[in-house]
Design a protein around this ligand. Structure first.
Ligand code: HEM
Length: 415
């Protein structure tokens, strides 16, 4: 499979200058002050912004984002190289499940579905709880730690690579190197070759997948990799590209997202002591409290798509040739859906948050992600009565891919 075909970018007609906002969509300012931007954007019609000389349209209201996520004949997920999203080509042109529209997308989804079977996810719970507990005990000894890099991040390697994929720890560095190299992609100018460190990491995982297919054909096993290979083989022999893209998508999708979500939740709760106290007094609020945390601190500021058919949304014309950014983060602040959206209220019980997307691409890992987030956050807030921010005034620096909002320094003390 390859998406090497470069589609000619259609000419975009002249646009109303009043519908442009002069803003760096992927800059630190938006990442750091997202709630303020989102609360404002969620009340306005779609707007345009320039990114590397291309027109991007940003769609923010809850119902409009939902509409865009399910209307692939107008707003398509299929990558259009050269249209202005080269900085999101994380896998060297290899298409992932997110890069397809139905009906092809439905086939890709079906092939990875065994990995998310409810019984497989449920079986992981005791393992996840014990891994969380073990590392939390190490943190208790350490007393001061960065929740992202010392606790939730390393935990995720153990859970995903050891628990979910059941890979030997000797093989983990291949995936860890690739995940570390992904952020390099966004540093490359459009059209320039990918950095050698990235290519080396990519090729190493690619070779590993080839060997894995051979091994599993000789020695089939009833684990996640086995079921992915078996599901593909029912429809024809799996290719290295297909296994690579399935595994890598599963792995990278969970690796940074869960540590970031749980760290954002702990940060948010520690900064709202009244809400934290409420939760500690009534732990049955945990599930809805976490939904509220994920509403206000959505990881994906935007999901990108491509406009393939002319349309008008709330007075804003969109044309083929534009990149569309569906702001999941802003949609979670739509006042028509969540009254007084900037108020953090763990009793709100917010429904239909878009943190995990919507429509055909709705995150298939959302139950697993919610389970892991619950295990991590509850162990910290209920297990450490003295949990606090090491320096309450520390400025949080946000990393992650350009469209994401991953905190990098949530420093905690538990002594
Ligand atoms: C809190 C953690 C997570 C968040 C916030 C999250 C969020 C999302 C979002 C917003 C999408 C939709 C992308 C789009 O429409 O373009 C998505 C898709 C996806 N996620 Fe997650 N995710 C999380 C954890 C996970 C985990 C743990 C896994 C697997 C181990 C996973 C696997 C996937 C896959 C495979 C897709 C692509 C689905 C498709 O295109 O059909 N995610 N995720």
């Amino acid at each position: 499979m390859s998406i090497a075909t470069v589609l000619t970018k259609p000419e975009i007609p002249e646009l109303d200058p009043d519908r442009f906002i002069d803003i760096d969509l992927f800059g630190q300012d938006i990442k750091a002050n997202a709630p303020t931007y989102f609360a404002e954007w969620a009340t306005r019609p779609p707007f345009y912004a320039m990114v590397q000389g291309h027109v991007h349209v940003v769609i923010c209201r809850h119902h409009q984002v939902q509409w865009a996520l399910r209307t692939h004949e107008i707003i398509s997920a299929v990558p259009h190289p050269g249209w202005g999203t080269d900085l999101f080509d994380y896998f060297n042109g290899l298409p992932l499940v997110v890069d397809f529209d139905p009906p092809e997308h439905s086939r890709m989804r079906r092939l990875m579905q065994p990995g998310f079977a409810p019984n497989r996810v449920a079986k992981l719970k005791p393992l996840i709880d014990s891994m969380v507990d073990e590392l939390a005990n190490v943190m208790a000894q350490k007393r001061h730690f960065n929740m992202v890099t010392d606790f939730a991040g390393p935990l995720m390697y153990q859970i995903l690579l050891g628990g979910v994929f059941e890979f030997k720890s000797d093989d983990w560095p291949l995936f860890i190197n690739l995940s570390n190299a992904l952020e390099l992609v966004a540093t490359v100018p459009p059209g320039a070759p990918k950095p050698p460190e990235y290519l080396a990491a990519f090729n190493a995982v690619y070779e590993f997948c080839g060997k894995l297919i051979e091994e599993r054909r000789i020695d089939p096993r009833d684990d996640l990799v086995g079921s992915v290979i078996a599901a593909h083989d029912d429809e024809g022999k799996i290719s290295i590209e297909e296994l690579f893209s399935t595994l890598v998508q599963l792995f990278t999708a969970g690796l940074g997202t869960v540590p970031a979500t749980s760290s954002n939740a702990v940060l948010r709760l520690l900064r709202h002591p009244d809400q934290l106290e409420l939760l500690r007094k009534d732990p049955s609020l945990l599930n809805i409290a976490l939904e509220e945390c994920m509403r206000v601190d959505c990881l994906g500021n935007f999901r990108h798509r491509f406009v393939v058919k002319e349309h008008v949304i709330d007075g804003t014309p969109i044309y083929p040739g534009m990149v569309a950014h569906l702001s999941l983060g802003a949609a979670n602040y739509d006042p028509d859906k969540y009254p007084d959206p900037t108020r953090f209220d763990i009793t709100r019980d917010p429904r239909d948050i878009l943190t995990f997307g919507f429509g055909p691409h709705l995150c298939p890992g959302n139950s697993l992600a919610r389970m892991m987030t619950r295990a991590i956050v509850s162990r910290l807030i209920f297990g450490f009565p003295n949990l606090r921010l090491t320096d309450p005034d520390e400025v949080i620096v946000y990393g992650g891919m350009p469209t994401e909002r991953f905190p990098t320094n949530v420093n905690l003390s538990v002594d």
